[in-house]
Design a protein around this ligand. Structure first.
Ligand code: BO1
Ligand code: ZN
Length: 242
């Protein structure tokens, strides 16, 4: 299989070409809120700065480059922000990758960070245990999100795989964070796309953000569906900050 997708070469087939996809620490997972272990961790520190933000069509999604840092919470060292992207489905009944007690959201944002004490890029960090930290934020349909509208406005000029464009005025990634920044789950997992490397500390916020159905529809013009179904939790401990 030369390539992978969410159709004929979908998630059930990925392990043939990407053996890590059949591992025991895969993502996403269904988080059972009742069985998460409360641990006392320090405050999570998240700092993003708007600047030169480029949106790139990656074929099965789009990604936006960002600058910033992430530390504290369950993380032992300083991480640098690299980019964010979304996952979604053809209708708003599904689309998130993680689920909470079996509930799916319409979309899920992933803000990707790499361990800056050891690596200088996501690509280097993606192969090594503890290399990556991804913040996940659920999105529910509702009020339009003004910052996300900047992405919707740029998407038509990035219509094909590999096309990219600057976001006029930059993008404030802090607008992707929910109101309640103190309540999240965390667990050790993987990239949710090939190569599905098991190198990610996942931090999944409890609180969701909203965007409008029209904004979700604009994402679906890139591709109709790009979420991986939940994987087995196995023996992993899922913790919560709250
Ligand atoms: S995700 O957040 O688990 N859905 C995820 C999945 C795949 C990647 C990142 C996050 N892959 C990485 C590549 C890097 C690349 C980066 C930027 O994406 O391993 O080489 O720079 O999109
Ligand atoms: Zn993702």
């Amino acid at each position: 299989m030369a390539s992978w997708d969410y159709a004929a070469n979908g998630p059930a087939t990925w392990a043939k070409s990407f053996p890590a996809a059949a591992g025991q620490k895969q993502s996403p997972i269904d988080i059972n809120p009742g069985s998460a272990a409360k641990e006392s961790v320090g405050a999570l520190s998240v700092n993003y700065k708007a600047g030169n933000n480029t949106l790139t069509n990656t074929g099965l999604s789009f990604a936006v480059s960002i600058d910033g840092s992430l530390s504290g919470g369950p993380l032992g060292s300083e991480f640098k922000a690299a980019s964010f992207h979304f996952h979604w489905d053809k209708s708003s009944a599904a689309g998130s990758e993680h689920t909470i007690g079996g509930k799916a959201y319409a979309s899920e944002v992933h803000i990707v960070h790499y361990n800056a004490s050891k690596f200088s890029s996501v690509a280097d960090a993606a192969n090594v245990d503890g290399g990556l930290a991804v913040l996940a934020i659920f999105v529910q349909p509702g009020a339009a999100n003004a910052e996300i509208q900047k992405l919707v406005d740029v998407l038509p000029s990035c219509g094909s795989n590999g096309a990219s464009a600057a976001i006029p005025g930059g993008f404030n990634a802090s607008a992707l964070l929910p109101g309640d920044k103190a309540s999240y789950w965390y667990y050790p997992g993987s990239l949710t796309t090939p190569p599905c490397s098991e190198t990610v500390t996942w931090i999944v916020y409890k609180d969701a953000i909203s965007m409008s159905e029209d904004q979700l529809a604009a994402f679906r013009n890139v591709t109709p569906c790009n979420f991986r179904p939940v994987q087995s939790v196995g023996g992993r401990k899922v913790c919560c900050s709250f």
